[in-house]
Write a protein that binds this ligand. Sequence first.
Ligand SMILES: [Zn+2]
Length: 93
Amino acid sequence: MFLIQCPWCGDRAETEFSYGGEAGITRPHNPDALSDAQWADYLFMRTNTRGAYRELWNHSQGCRRWFGVERDTVTYKISGSYQLTPGKPDNGL
Ligand SMILES: [Zn+2]
């Protein structure tokens, strides 16, 4: 088990959180204009990075807010967490 820092609640056990996938994925403005292959890329294709990675987490057993985490996928070391800004792209820490 490792600790995740919620931007509002502080360090908590990972069991209090739900994983939300890769951060920075933006929904297309006009999905009807996309081909099936482009839509499938949006839905299913992720970078699967080895090393530093930005991901979304929800503090589901606490404040229930979504936030971003920068974590190394090899060592599991978390370099920080940050609040998401509605309407703005996710630029990480
Ligand atoms: Zn929280």
